[in-house]
Design a protein around this ligand. Structure first.
Ligand code: NAD
Ligand code: UFG
Length: 329
């Protein structure tokens, strides 16, 4: 039976496909390439270009392959864009999930692993954040993730489907050989932006907001290596195969870094004196987002061997140096 990776041509999805291939699983990828890159998926993996909201298209994929489980990575992900185009996010993310579950139901596919986000917590009451802490998203992107979790909960109960919602904190890094990595367009994430400045592709980095309630005034995020993250998904798949129950898990490191600390770490790793200037807050950014990931470590046996900030940054730096134009020739 095959594992279907939706959004498998994107940043995290392509690393997931890579791990599943290494594990000798049968993999099928669906991606509409709105943001993904065909080159990020090996030629040997069956690839279908299409939209998760297209019921007939998805029916065809599920008819052609005997699907055991689905990994769902296909969402719009830009928080500021979600504030100005909320319906695009409700449509792509929420409607997309409903469309998927309807087809899974038709084909009796019972396992779903879903990319949720720390954005479901909004401005947290405390850090590190635990799974049961209050959820109150402060932007439409985070709301779509919370709505999707709730849809899975009710649909899972009604259709006897097991699901896992992984709430990622800040995902970064790349495959260690530098041949698979992050190529978001536009790039909005801090670490690739800082490294683009190190490579001379940007004049400077803007550190957005220096008056947060944190140790140095810059906001704090919890960075997890993409390789550790996809490994967590594989543990999740094994857990569901063994009859594990539907659940929510935070995925982070329990250690937060401020924006300034990330710039300093990138200077250390690259040896480049990256120029960084203070800029206004972006809006909608909580002071600190740090995960308590005890639950996934205890329940799924997850470990995070690469989640040291210098390892994360060096792997992203290796990717960028080898692929300064990302997947473009
Ligand atoms: P990405 O944009 O690189 O990947 C998403 C992929 O889904 C893209 O290849 C895109 O073309 C595809 N896609 C989008 N809408 C689709 C649709 N309707 N039909 C078919 N394909 C579609 O993003 P990413 O960084 O790899 O994120 C993957 C998932 O992880 C997302 O759900 C995101 O919300 C979640 N997440 C990411 C982070 C992070 O730090 N990158 C943090 C928390 C959660
Ligand atoms: N930042 C800057 N300058 C930049 C870019 C970012 O100062 O040029 C700051 C942001 O203000 C924030 C931090 O760097 O404090 C990290 O920003 P990212 O854009 O890299 O990541 P976010 O924390 O905004 O969001 C990411 C994912 C979301 C996910 C969230 C969960 O993009 O999908 O982590 O923590 F929901």
């Amino acid at each position: 039976m095959a594992i279907l990776v939706l959004g498998g041509a994107g940043y995290i999805g392509s690393h997931m496909v890579d791990l599943l291939v290494q594990k000798k699983e049968d993999v099928v990828v669906v991606d509409n390439l709105s943001y993904g890159h065909r080159q990020a998926v090996p030629e040997s993996v069956p690839f279908y270009q299409g939209d998760v909201r297209d019921h007939d298209f998805l029916e065809q994929v599920f008819t052609q392959h005997d699907i055991e489980a689905v990994f769902h990575f296909c969402a719009y992900i830009q928080v500021p864009e979600s504030v100005v185009k909320p319906n695009d996010y409700f449509d792509n993310n929420v409607v997309g999930l409903i469309s998927l579950i309807n087809v899974m139901k038709n084909h009796q596919v019972k396992k779903l692993i879903f990319s949720s986000s720390a954005a479901v917590y909004g401005t947290p009451e405390r850090v590190p954040i635990k799974e049961d802490d209050a959820k109150d998203p402060i932007n439409p992107y985070g709301l779509t993730k919370l709505m999707m979790e709730q849809i899975m909960r009710w649909d899972g109960a009604a259709y006897e489907m097991q699901w896992l919602a992984f709430r990622y904190f800040n995902v970064a890094g790349a495959r260690l050989d530098g041949n698979l990595g992050e190529d978001h367009r536009p790039e909005t994430h801090l670490i690739p932006i800082v490294l683009q400045a190190a490579l001379g592709q940007r004049e400077h980095v803007e550190m957005c907001g220096n008056d947060y309630q944190t140790r140095d005034g810059y906001n704090v995020r919890d960075y997890v290596h993409v390789l550790d993250l996809v490994q967590a998904h594989y543990f999740g798949l094994e857990y569901l195969r063994q009859g594990g129950q539907s659940d929510y898990f935070n995925i982070g490191s329990k250690q937060g870094f401020t924006v300034k600390e990330i710039v300093e770490a990138a200077r250390r790793v690259t040896g480049v004196n990256i120029k960084a200037i203070d800029a206004p807050r972006r809006g909608g950014d909580p002071d600190s987002l740090v995960a308590d990931s005890t639950k996934i470590r205890t329940d799924l046996g997850w470990q995070s061997p690469h989640t040291d900030i210098d390892t994360i940054i060096s792997s992203a730096w290796n990717w960028l140096q080898k692929h300064p134009n990302g997947y473009s020739k």
